[in-house]
Write a protein that binds this ligand. Structure first.
Ligand SMILES: Nc1ncnc2c1ncn2[C@@H]1O[C@H](COP(=O)(O)OP(=O)(O)O)[C@@H](O)[C@H]1O
Ligand SMILES: [Mg+2]
Length: 258
């Protein structure tokens, strides 16, 4: 049997009297796109925040490649190769595209200029940023020196995904990447997700856009009222069946799929 790249067992997270997660299990297998769907407040963001060190669960266990891990801060997950694009995009609007791609990981000039004078390799970063975006099929961003504040929402999202794809060595997590985007921009992000998967990197995609989910997901984890109501696939379940399980109109037991 294949060992999951990431697995979580019994994740519980409360906020005072509010239960965000009520004992959730999750498995992510090599090379798959795992979608997480659920109504507002179902615990999707809380779940991925716990998986990526942005929140520490009250109880629960996590394993990477079968080995127990304990993330106490986002840096711990980053160190483990997990890159996350949160719902609230973290971009620096005044900085250019290349600087945003390398934010916090700026490359130094080779030799003395970089090591002693700490000079940043702007030219190299711009060249490689252009290549990273082109490799992901983003042809519309040509000038890496363009400030991010001048870009559309979709282009900013593309840069955030590209950043994750460039530095993520293990898992990419995307929280609602197409929520604020038009049709064309959404398609571009979906294309990037497929490109990331074809590189062998598994992706966790949080979305409540069913057509998008059914287009790219290999499996779909359905989150409902802080719990996992079931895991389905686009082959076994229709969109309306998945939504019915998500809203509680039916259960996985009553709708086992075909
Ligand atoms: N920081 C927080 N403080 C208090 N309650 C929170 C906090 N974050 C999430 N919650 C609550 O936890 C539940 C799950 O929220 P969330 O994970 O954001 O849901 P989703 O992303 O599926 O919309 C909701 O009831 C939400 O109000
Ligand atoms: Mg959310």
């Amino acid at each position: 049997m294949t060992t999951p790249v990431l697995s979580a067992r019994g994740m519980v997270k409360t906020f005072g009297r509010v239960v965000g997660l009520d004992g959730v299990d999750l498995d992510l297998y090599p090379g798959e796109v795992l979608a997480i769907i659920g109504d507002n407040g179902a615990g999707k963001s809380t779940l991925i925040k716990c998986l990526t060190g942005a929140l520490v669960p009250d109880t629960g266990q996590m394993f990477i490649d079968g080995q127990p891990v304990h993330f106490k801060r986002p840096q711990d997950a980053l160190d483990a190769g997990i890159e996350t694009v949160y719902q609230t995009l973290a971009v620096a609007p005044a900085l250019d595209i290349a600087s945003n791609l390398y934010l916090g990981r700026e490359r130094r000039r080779p030799g003395f200029l970089g090591s002693a004078l700490r000079m940043i390799d702007k030219k190299g970063m711009r060249r490689d940023a252009g290549k990273a975006l082109a490799d992901l099929g983003i042809g519309t961003l040509q000038n890496m020196a363009q400030p991010v504040e001048t870009l559309s929402g979709g282009q900013r999202q593309a840069i955030s995904v590209a950043r994750a794809a460039t530095f993520g060595s293990k898992i990419i997590v995307l929280d609602e990447p197409t929520a604020a985007l038009g049709v064309k921009e959404s398609n571009q992000v979906l294309k990037m997700i497929r490109e990331v998967r074809s590189r062998g990197l598994p992706v966790i995609l949080i979305s409540h856009n069913m057509p998008h989910v059914f287009e790219v997901a290999d499996r779909i984890h359905i989150q409902r009222l802080g719990r996992c109501a079931g895991v389905v696939t686009p082959q076994t379940h229709t969109m309306s069946e998945a939504v019915a399980i998500m809203t509680g109109a039916t259960t996985l037991a009553d709708t086992p799929g075909h």
